[in-house]
Design a binder for this molecule. Structure first.
Ligand SMILES: *Cc1c(COP(=O)(O)O)cnc(C)c1O
Length: 453
């Protein structure tokens, strides 16, 4: 008797072939030798490698195209720069010069916005962890406090009594926008009535000025339509406040989360071909608001807290080659001087990486590793690149969002950040760290101060 064969589901597997022909792939791209006219070699000579570079030109142009997409479709638009996306002073101030308010998610970021000179009433305070002291400060400065949970509501109630102030508040709403998994851990849920419930509490307390409704439905959202759904749901809440309390809110804030043009790992098409652009998001949001029951003669201000889609393209990371080697099976490895501790987003994106000098005609499938003594330190798993010699440079593209705030100090020091200005000059906006930045805050207990080896 023959045994029944085991069934195995068919599956499609990526072929790990190294070269399309025995001559390898052609290098059909050009080197990137400068950023806005400033040669990469000069930048490295002046500021070292690795080096983050921000293009002020791209930053401002991207901002203006986003603003135009919304302002041509909806009459009242306000951007608020998401500090956590990149909170270096020069970056924030460029957005503030463009007219952006500040959007912060912690006491630290709140203080940073104040020190950047943002007027208190132009700071939006989000996030689940606002301490009583943070809230007191925000109330005293007349900021826009976006309530995340009931505990926060009750803390504000007690501060109102103590401070004899009527703070300006909004609530954060989470909701089903047909995108899963749903982000339902922040704020109050729309579908199950939590949002309506807290709105009733705020209105009945009479202690706060309910000025807005906020949501932040996710990040790197591929669906522009999800924003249309979110805008409709917030408009419905606004209308129910109008009907029930004859109360008009002043703004609807749709948060951030627009996809940048980066390419997510595993996606079939490059991000620039597949991700929605500002026009698509703006169309979905403004159509939903204009088609809602909101009165056309008293439309609320539309606030956007866009982060990554505004700054990703403006950020570059220059890195130098440390060494080349081969894996046990012969695949080329190139080791760079920058690791995943500085380039957090390499876990999600296939960053575009281009050599910064002339190269030969033939490319080869390469893995780009960082310098950390850790197996996870992979900058690009598979990339077709020409041979890069020790000391040669690459330019990693679209790194402006999150890397310069989520970077970790691990076995080495964080690199400098330079801004290339509209005048074509380079400006140091954050020094490379020094060892004193790390050991300065350390304290040694007396009994560990001496040893004898
Ligand atoms: C992080 C965050 C943003 C910015 O999100 P992006 O995905 O970078 O656009 C905006 N609003 C809130 C509340 C956030 O937490």
């Amino acid at each position: 008797m023959t045994q029944k064969l085991k069934y195995e589901r068919p599956h499609i597997k990526k072929l790990e072939s190294e070269m399309p022909t025995k001559f390898g792939a052609k290098t059909n791209f050009k080197p990137v030798k400068d950023i806005d006219g400033v040669p990469i070699d000069f930048l490295v000579k002046d500021y070292g490698s690795p080096l983050f570079v921000i293009s002020e030109k791209t930053l401002r142009e991207t901002f203006r195209s986003a603003r135009k997409a919304f302002e041509t479709r909806y009459p009242r638009v306000q951007f608020a720069w998401s500090y956590k996306t990149n909170y270096h002073g020069a970056v924030c101030r460029a957005y503030h010069q463009e007219g952006s308010w500040a959007e912060v998610v912690s006491g630290f970021e709140y203080e940073k916005a104040l020190r950047n000179g943002v007027p208190g009433d132009k700071i939006i305070f989000n996030g689940p962890d606002k301490t009583e002291a943070d809230l007191e400060k925000a109330i005293a400065h007349g900021s826009l406090i976006h309530i995340d949970h009931s505990e926060e509501f009750y803390t504000i109630v007690s501060l109102c009594d103590r401070m004899k102030e009527k703070p300006r508040v909004a609530i954060r709403v989470n909701m089903d926008t047909n995108v899963y998994p749903m982000w339902d851990r922040f704020g109050f849920n729309y579908e199950n009535g939590q949002a309506q419930d807290i709105l009733n509490k705020i209105m009945r307390s009479g202690k706060m000025d309910l000025v807005g409704l906020h949501c932040h439905i996710g990040t790197f959202m591929f669906s522009a339509n999800a924003y249309g759904i979110a805008a409709s749901k917030l408009a419905n809440l606004a209308m129910s406040l109008k009907r029930k309390y004859n109360h008009s809110i002043r703004y609807i804030d749709l948060g951030g989360g627009f996809a940048s043009q980066n390419t997510l790992k595993g996606s079939f098409l490059p991000g620039i071909d597949s991700n929605p652009g500002f026009d698509e998001y703006a169309e979905a949001i403004s159509t939903a608001l204009l088609n809602s029951e909101l009165p056309s003669d008293n439309l609320p201000l539309l606030i956007l807290e866009t982060g990554r889609a505004l700054i990703d393209d403006a950020g570059y990371l220059i890195s130098s080659v440390i060494a080349n080697k081969r894996t046990s099976t012969g695949k080329r490895i190139t080791v760079l001087d920058v690791g995943v501790n500085s380039l957090f987003t390499s876990f999600w994106y296939d960053h575009k990486i281009i050599p910064a000098q002339d190269f030969t005609k033939h490319a080869e499938e390469t893995t780009l590793y960082g310098p950390l003594c850790m197996n996870i330190d992979v900058i690009r798993e598979h990339i077709s690149l020409p041979l890069l010699n020790k000391g040669e440079k690459v330019v990693i593209h679209q790194v402006g969002a999150y890397n310069m705030t989520q970077w970790m100090q691990f076995i080495t020091l964080r690199p400098a950040i330079v801004m290339v200005g509209l005048d074509g000059k380079s400006y140091l906006i954050r020094q490379a760290e020094e060892i004193d930045n790390v050991i300065g805050p350390e304290r040694i207990p007396e009994h560990l101060s001496q040893f004898d080896l």
